[in-house]
Design a protein around this ligand. Structure first.
Ligand code: ARG
Length: 260
C-alpha cells in the first residue's frame, strides 16, 4: 500500500513539474479519502423503539431513528456511524463537533434552538405519566405529594419543573437513562415517570403492575434532527424528510417500529 501511495505521489509531483505549476500548489485535485465520508450520529440508546439495543440479539443500536438516519446518510452519500451517550450530553457533543447530527426523539424547543439548529419535525408524541396500577394517580391533582421522575435534560424534566412552578407539590427525581427511571418505580423509590406515550409499550408489556395515566394537558412533542448551528446539511435533510413523507418511506418506517 505504502509503495503504491508513494508511486502515486511521485507521479503527481512529476505531473505538476511537467505542467509547470507556478502557483505554489501541487496542481493536483485528487482527493484520496473521498470514499470515507462518515456522518456521525449521536443518540441516547435508551428509548425503544426510537433507539435501543436489543441485548438478547446483539450490541448494535437499532430503531426508528437509526433507520431514518441511515436513509438520510445514504441519500447524502455518507456512511452512518452511531454513537451512544447520555441524552443530556447530546447537544454539547454536537456543539463540540464530536457528532455531526443528533437523532434521539429530540424535541425542538426554544431553549435548544439557541445552541443548535433543528430539521423539520418527523414524528410526534405526547407526554404521559407511567406509574403503578395502585399509585392512585388518575388526574393531575393526584400528583400532589408524589415523586415524579424524568430523564435528565429532557423536556419531561422541564414538564415536572413547570408543575412545581404552577404550585403542585411534586418532587422531581432525574436519572440519565430511561430504564433506570422505570426501575425506580418498580422498586418504589419514585411514584411515576413523565415519559412520551410512544416509548411506554415495552415497559407495559414487561410489567403487569404498570399503567399509563394520561393526565397532562400539553401540546404534542415533535421529534427533529439536531445539527450544529448554521449547518448546510439542515436544508438538504429537510428535503429528504419531505421526500420520505411523499414517497411513503416515512410511513414504512413508522409502521415498522411503532405499529407491531
Ligand atoms: N422528546 C424528549 C426531549 O426531547 C425526550 C427524548 C428522549 N430521548 C432519548 N433518546 N432518551 O426531551
Amino acid at each position: 500500500m505504502k509503495k503504491i501511495a508513494a508511486m502515486i505521489l511521485s507521479s503527481m509531483m512529476a505531473v505538476s513539474f511537467v505542467s509547470g505549476c507556478s502557483n505554489g500548489k501541487t496542481g493536483a485535485s485528487v482527493t484520496t479519502d473521498d470514499d470515507s465520508k462518515v456522518l456521525i450520529m449521536g443518540t441516547s440508546a435508551d428509548y425503544k423503539p426510537f433507539e435501543f439495543i436489543d441485548t438478547a440479539v446483539s450490541s448494535e443500536i437499532i430503531g426508528f431513528d437509526v433507520d431514518l438516519a441511515n436513509y438520510i446518510a445514504e441519500e447524502l452519500g455518507y456512511e452512518l456511524e452511531v454513537r451512544d451517550m447520555d441524552f443530556n450530553s447530546l447537544l454539547t457533543a454536537l456543539q463540540t463537533d464530536k457528532v455531526d447530527i443528533v437523532l434521539a426523539g429530540m424535541t425542538p424547543t426554544e431553549e435548544r434552538k439557541e445552541v443548535v439548529d433543528f430539521s423539520d419535525i418527523y414524528f410526534t408524541a405526547k407526554n404521559v405519566v407511567i406509574t403503578t396500577t395502585d399509585s392512585g394517580i388518575e388526574s393531575l391533582e393526584d400528583i400532589n405529594g408524589k415523586v415524579l421522575g424524568a430523564q435528565t435534560g429532557s423536556i419531561q424534566q422541564t414538564a415536572v419543573e413547570e408543575m412545581q412552578e404552577s404550585g403542585l407539590d411534586v418532587t422531581l427525581e432525574t436519572r440519565e437513562r430511561m430504564p433506570n427511571l422505570i426501575q425506580e418505580i418498580l422498586s418504589g423509590r419514585i411514584d411515576g415517570v413523565v415519559i412520551e406515550d410512544m416509548v411506554t409499550a415495552n415497559y407495559l408489556e414487561a410489567n403487569d403492575n404498570l399503567k399509563i395515566a394520561d393526565v397532562l394537558e400539553e401540546a404534542d412533542n415533535g421529534s427533529a434532527i439536531a445539527l450544529p448551528k448554521g449547518s448546510d446539511l439542515t436544508e438538504q435533510i429537510n428535503e429528504i424528510i419531505a421526500e420520505m413523507k411523499e414517497n411513503g418511506k416515512m410511513d414504512e418506517l413508522v409502521n415498522k417500529w411503532f405499529n407491531e
